[in-house]
Design a protein around this ligand. Sequence first.
Ligand code: GLU
Length: 304
Amino acid sequence: MTVVGRFAPSPTGPLHAGSLVAALASWLDVRALGGERGRWLVRIEDVDRPRCPPGMDQVVLGQLAACGLHADDVPLWQSGRDAAYVSSLQQLVDAEAAYPCACTRADIDRALAARGVVHQRFGERVYPGTCRPEHGGLSGRSARAWRLRVPPGVVPWHDRRLGPQHQDVAAEVGDFVLRRADGLWAYQLAVVVDDAQQGITHVVRGEDLADNTARQVVLQHALGLLTPVYLHTPLVLAADGHKLSKQNGAAPLDLADPVRALQAAGHVLGLPALNADTPAAWLAQAVPAWAGIIQALSTRSDAP
Ligand code: GLU
């Protein structure tokens, strides 16, 4: 099997120390598992166009190149993938696995309150299924968003670092949005369609995204797609203990010394200090070190 990995940045700002951890881990994973035949791809997740400043994609690609992280094919831009998302949504609609929804947030809050629901996971609303066809559908209102009909039951999945995971998506998330009321494609649909399009076998990304995986597995099943292997990397925390993010003002990567930036990212991943003058030399040494780390993970008692 050819190992195909990817780094999928949202170009809402420059890469920071936390994003480099995910980029580096996905690159190392392909080289450690797939050798010369492995392919590491980049996908620019600019599906939420209003949040992506013009030219930021090139800034991000330049930062990756400065760190010696070169993709094995041209990047895929999600902003050019509308036709694929339309056809996947249509496939779901035809299979009665997706339906249009007319609810505003206020409608959802009212429906939840009527059921006495007060506690909501992460403050997110679990969609109560108001617009499901069997509950009356749109009832004359106009469609705003499209939702996936989530089948009941616990969804198990495996993370190579975190071990066995599971989530009752129907109960904890509900029928989630595939196309938003503002017409933009939801991350879940775009990521699943594009991971399949790019033939991704190994997803390596930050642990903050682990919570999305069960939803993505549900969507893969609904679309008849294969589920890749997952590994979620440790997060870099800001001084306030929260995840480092563009929102809490994470500084862009300091690429005056890219080897130092790689070293810091490697440290988060458990790699030893490596002596190298160039990113390429550092990366070459990091591959066997990462191979040792994933070997140890795969021989744990909870490994699949
Ligand atoms: N675009 C997402 C982000 O930058 C990553 C999505 C993914 O790796 O699945 O946080």
